[in-house]
Design a protein around this ligand. Sequence first.
Ligand code: FES
Length: 59
Amino acid sequence: MEEDIIICNCNEIYKSTIVNAIKEKGLTTVEEVGDATEAGTVCGGCQDDIQEILDEINK
Ligand code: FES
């Protein structure tokens, strides 16, 4: 199993949480991930990483 890492330090959101939200809710944008998980909603510094996860899952 892939190692679970914190993607969003501001809100302590783990990669697994983001991945699950994207898969369960069919999210396609960083904004939608923010609404669903709060990741990326504070400093915005993790938004590139969130985009990468989106690309990975929705390719
Ligand atoms: S690290 Fe995600 S909003 Fe700051």
